[in-house]
Design a protein around this ligand. Structure first.
Ligand code: UD1
Length: 377
């Protein structure tokens, strides 16, 4: 008998930290629609391990359990990156060699797994390639540059990404402008997010205005001086509007360690919560009067929702959100934060528009490229 056996292309989708989950979920879904050609395997490094930083996102996004969990946990950059490299290499060498590894964004899991794959001569694709803050003090900037440098396929979310890569000498035929894959998750889950009861749970009635705050960048939360500036600004902001502040574990640990708990408690009108799941957080974003953040993803999500966002950083690797979106960079001083917030609260609001290909169809475009790249189309 003559059996014709068609080869299935095996793809590892690497997730590790919170912002990876909403980028890989749409790709995992899309690849599963093409199971005659592709088998996607989710590999979780365990960089984020708290229930509310990881498991909750799998549930909210309807993601299957990962195929492998490397359980690396926290540590210094060196320790964490080294553990991921060691364990992921080990996993591949134990008979789990894929045909392609896809990494996303700029976290330590991204560069660590890209490096392992590349040295084992496995092609690497980078989702969210080409973004640059041009600030090499940010660990994420190093992760982005190095991952892009060794990737075989570079999927950019906006055309500034293409320009950055071409300027760095990346061969244009490796670069594909596919749009923002995180927006695929927003488009898919927006209706479900509206059903979240988070506003009611927090005692926010009807159209009660509130400002949504998130902070976790080392440059903002690792030093007393930076944290004091931010807490002072929030103390004034709280006199004008209620503040909802889901707190990242890094931030809560530092506030305690740096003895700033009483400063935090003095802020009027402040509701602090633990990290919040995907659907609840979407609802909080959609209905906020104003968002203050140092996150990368929230700059993009707020632009998509058309909600004013003040980014408490000196620079952004997502300049399209300030150029055409609702985002505004604010220098790290209390007076500026208060002034920019007051402008928004008194109705001086920047009208933004949604960038090209932030349309919920990025995963489809990525799979189309993969089809052609592997010559499966
Ligand atoms: C990481 C990413 C950052 C991303 C952020 C989103 C890197 C270099 N940074 O930063 O780009 O924006 O995720 O959250 O990869 N911790 C817990 N529980 C957890 C995870 C972390 O308590 O589940 C605490 C630990 O004390 C840990 C600290 O948070 O040391 C920092 O975690 P880490 O993964 O090193 O970096 P993030 O600040 O989360």
């Amino acid at each position: 008998m003559n059996y014709y056996c068609k080869k299935i292309t095996i793809i590892h989708l690497i997730v590790g930290a919170r912002p990876n989950f909403m980028k890989m979920a749409p790709l995992n879904d899309e690849l599963s629609l093409h199971s005659d050609k592709f088998q996607a395997m989710l590999i979780h490094t365990g960089q984020h391990y708290d229930e509310k930083m990881s498991k909750l996102f799998f549930q909210d996004l309807g993601m299957p359990e990962p195929h492998a969990y490397l359980n690396v946990g926290s540590g210094t950059h060196g320790q964490q990156t080294a553990r991921i490299i060691e364990r992921y290499e080990d996993y591949i060498l134990q008979g789990n060699r894929p045909d392609l590894v896809i990494v996303a964004g700029d976290v330590n899991s991204t560069i660590a797994c890209a490096l392992v794959a590349k040295k084992l001569h496995i092609p690497v694709a980078h989702l969210e390639a080409g973004l640059r803050s041009f600030d090499e003090r940010m660990p994420e900037e190093i992760n982005r540059i190095l991952t892009d440098r060794i990737s075989d396929l570079l999927f950019t979310p906006s055309q500034d990404g293409n320009a950055n890569l071409i300027n760095e000498g990346v061969a244009p035929e490796k670069v594909y402008f596919v749009g923002n894959i995180m927006i695929d998750s927003l488009v898919k889950h927006r209706v479900k997010a509206e059903e979240s009861t988070i506003l009611k749970d927090l005692g926010i009635a009807g159209h009660d205005p509130y400002a949504l705050v998130t902070l976790h960048r080392p440059s903002n939360v690792d030093e007393v001086s930076g944290l004091m500036i931010l807490l002072d600004a929030f103390a004034e902001l709280g006199r004008h509007i209620r503040i909802v502040f889901p707190m990242h574990p890094r931030t809560s640990k530092n506030i305690e360690l740096l003895d700033l708990t009483s400063r935090l408690e003095e802020i009027p009108n402040l509701t602090i919560t633990e990290p919040i799941g995907y659907l609840d957080f979407m609802k909080l974003q959609m209905h906020a009067r104003l968002i203050l953040t140092d996150s990368g993803g929230i700059q993009e999500e707020s632009t998509y929702f058309g909600v004013p966002c003040l980014t408490l950083r000196e620079n952004t690797e997502r300049p399209i959100t300030t150029a055409i979106g609702t985002n505004q960079l604010v220098p790290l001083d209390s007076q500026s934060i208060i002034e920019y917030s007051e402008r928004i609260l008194t109705g001086d609001i920047k009208k933004g528009s949604i960038p090209k290909y932030w349309d919920g169809k990025t995963a489809e475009r990525v799979v189309h490229v993969l089809d052609e790249w592997f010559n499966l189309a």
